[in-house]
Design a protein around this ligand. Structure first.
Ligand code: ZN
Ligand code: ZN
Length: 295
């Protein structure tokens, strides 16, 4: 896979040229490996059923779901914004997955010293931001008209941070099973002897996360080693600039690519309800208070 440009959200032909088709994202999602929340058996998503209320717990059988309920009911909330599905769409997206692999290669220095036969683990914190740049600016400043808040608005998934975790502390039995299955799947797809790790995807401010296995292909390691970054066009300033390769450049590329997806081809957009916007408003207002006296 080869690409160097992340472009202005208005550049439609370029977005179309590099974006992964919806059909492929859907197919990838149903083949994805997920663990049963009760017995931790890792299986293809298509074989598992999920909690219909919070949509973030997965079960291999009705029996497992029943056994798990006393533990699961704490924190199981009704949700309309299908965040777990968006996280799966993110991982099933060939281009975004590839750029995340490069970011992980850099974060764990896999291009200098590969980690083979043992897992690495990272936490990726995400949130859902208003899809419109103007709205985004208004969120930061906490300014919405009541009319806008009432009807809600379109939001999109964005990556905030990618942080390496300690495998000795943060790998539990379920993640280990998922890692084993992901290593086998990677080998079956021709990625033999490559680093394989676990990424915990977590919504900012939420306790629960969803774990994904990820194999770092030779292509991604090569790209990390080459240092060749991205050519980015700013949404706010005219002209292009060459951005050197770094973890942050990868995250910026991913976020820009999702922002460019006006028609939701990537299935990373959702409706933000009044409650969601209120939460954001609250967060930015307390943020402003903390910054008092700093300008
Ligand atoms: Zn089970
Ligand atoms: Zn639930």
């Amino acid at each position: 896979m080869n690409f160097i440009n992340a472009v202005h959200p208005e550049n439609k032909p370029y977005f179309r040229a590099i974006a992964t088709p919806t059909k492929e994202i859907r197919a990838g999602r149903s083949n994805m490996s997920i663990s049963c929340s009760q017995c931790t058996t890792a299986s293809e998503r298509a074989n598992l059923q999920r909690c219909g209320k919070c949509k973030s717990a997965w079960y291999c059988s009705k029996d497992c779901q029943k056994k798990h309920w006393p533990f699961h009911k704490i924190g199981c909330k009704e949700t309309s914004a299908d965040i777990p599905k968006m996280m799966q769409n993110f991982f099933s997206n060939a281009l975004l997955n590839h750029v995340l692999q490069i970011a992980l290669a850099l974060a764990f220095k896999l291009h200098e010293k590969p980690i083979i036969g043992t897992p690495f683990i990272a936490r990726c914190t995400v949130n859902v931001q208003p899809a419109d740049v103007m709205y985004y600016m208004q969120t930061i400043m906490g300014r919405f008209t009541d009319e806008e808040v009432k009807k809600g608005m379109e939001g999109m998934l964005q990556i905030l941070t990618l942080v390496p975790l300690d495998p000795h502390k943060d790998m539990d039995y379920a993640r280990m099973e998922l890692w084993k299955l992901s290593s086998r799947t990677a080998a079956e797809r021709g990625n033999v002897g490559v680093p394989v790790g676990i990424v915990d995807m977590q919504m900012k401010g939420e306790v629960h996360s969803q774990s994904f296995g990820i194999a770092i292909t030779d292509d991604a390691v090569k790209r990390a080693r080459s240092g060749t970054g991205f050519e980015m066009e700013s949404a706010l300033l005219p002209g292009r600039k060459q951005v050197p390769m770094s973890e942050q450049a990868c995250i910026d590329f991913i976020n820009m690519h999702i922002r460019s997806d006006k028609k939701n081809q990537l299935r990373l957009r959702t409706h933000l309800s009044k409650e969601d916007i209120d939460k954001m408003r609250g967060a930015s207002e307390s943020g402003e208070k903390n910054n008092e006296g700093v300008s």
